[in-house]
Design a protein. Structure first.
Length: 90
């Protein structure tokens, strides 16, 4: 099984099932540091991807992607930062 992931996740994926931690360490086939690139790799059938639900929700609803390991969840959260550098002025 190939997987995609961010460089900080190369040691494997951690999931929670029935309140017990599970560690998966599939073979890395592709590594990317951009969520959209990881989504595209999964979209093209090149690898599994672990991504935030909001980034793939529309693809799953439209049938372009499907979920796997549905009985597991990451059990973690991560800060999300956005910066808007658009129009402004005095």
């Amino acid at each position: 099984m190939r997987r995609t992931g961010y460089p900080r996740e190369i040691e494997g994926w951690r999931f929670i099932s029935d309140d017990d931690p599970v560690h998966a360490n599939p073979t890395i086939g592709v590594q990317a540091s951009n969520g959209e690139a990881i989504r595209r790799l999964a979209f093209n059938g090149l690898a599994l991807a672990r991504l935030a639900a909001f980034t793939v929700r529309d693809d799953i609803a439209a049938g372009r992607l499907r979920t796997v390991l549905e009985d597991y969840h990451a059990g973690d959260s991560e800060a999300f930062h956005a910066v808007y550098t658009g129009q402004g002025g005095p």
